[in-house]
Design a protein around this ligand. Sequence first.
Ligand code: 5AD
Ligand code: SF4
Length: 438
Amino acid sequence: MTRPTPSTYRVKSFGCQMNVYDGERMAEMLAARGLTAAAEGEDADLVVLNTCHIREKASEKVYSEVGRLRREDGSRPLVAVAGCVAQAEGEEIRRRTRDVDIVVGPQAYHRLPGLIDTAVAGGHAVDTDMPADSKFGALPGRARRAAPSAFLTVQEGCDKFCTYCVVPYTRGAEVSRPWGQIMDEARALVDAGAREITLLGQNVNAWAHDGRYLHDLIEAMAGLSGLARIRYTTSHPNDMHDGLIAAHRDIDKLMPFLHLPVQSGSDRILKAMNRSHDADSYLRLIDRVRAARPDIAISGDYIVGFPGETDADFDATLKVVERIGHAQAFSFKYSPRPGTPAATMDGQVEAQVMDERLKRLQALIGQQQHAFNLASVGRDTTVLLERAGRHPGQLIGKSPWLQSVVVEQGAIGDLVDVRISAAGPNSLSGVIAQKEAA
Ligand code: 5AD
Ligand code: SF4
């Protein structure tokens, strides 16, 4: 069946920050093709659902989203499923629902315009290739306007094969983008108004190109005047090298924040997860990072209820969390993913046990996060104002430690000094003492 050529689009991204980045790049590509973004609340001719496959709940969301795109008169937009569900399920998606026209994986989305043409002509528009020629070379330049805080993918994919994780299958092997391409994009983002850049990668600290490493890239980027802040995420403990640790001591523009997942505090479980580090080596690594940058905020990811996890294993996780003292951390119930080794392991943990463990872990992390926030009260801190708050005139920005800070004045994009007056579990509030020179 042929379909009308779309003239407006909407891209909706789920999951991680890399999906947000990919969503922006797809939007830029569609704009370069002459499509315009549908206004807030208005119907779009083309909807791209940029999906996440990391846990079952995230993955199933795509089908309810597709269903919701039907309009009252029974018609629907042209629908593209992109992202990690597209990669993992491919053709299966079109077998499960006839309401999807295009399926495109994370390494093939530079081909989206061609797929739209195919779908409009009534052809077969499924592309889950992982082409050797990187998509980045084929994408148009960055948009002329960037948000104050921008993402920049520098590394993609994963070779670590943790036994629970779909990423090596959905994003492919570890690939580092070349130095020059990244620096060009960073300059374009700064020219377009970005004051902060977060370097993204599934294993961002494994980035390497021509004998240069992530800390070299950060150092070069710190030389861009106009750029005030640099962050990177997500890191793997085994790629946390001395140069990067030293960068936290030496490079002012590198923010004092580290997201370094450990997943579990039990060596037995870490082994079954194929993490190739143990709890103690992780804690020693954190000690080294803190020696280089004492005020650094430590974030992490935890999985509870991995197959075979006993009460004692879970207690070991709580102990590690206590030792670390997180500024924030994410925790998840283990979700078996098709095709991963852990999905067929013995000792799958009962849902009720997982619920209870998750509750206890989240309570502990919540306490730590609140304590971390309370310690900011009475201090002055720089805040990059990123978006409007809930009340008129209110703005929300981020502290160097990635805390959300609410202020009552200022403009989006300002970097301001804020005296913190109050702290809750999830955010700070304060009064602007001074606006810094741009
Ligand atoms: N089940 C639950 N959590 C998972 N994660 C990755 N795979 C799974 C899974 N199968 C978590 C890890 C990872 C984060 C992005 O998601 O903690 O670091
Ligand atoms: Fe989700 Fe992982 Fe894919 Fe990001 S890389 S969208 S977290 S499955």
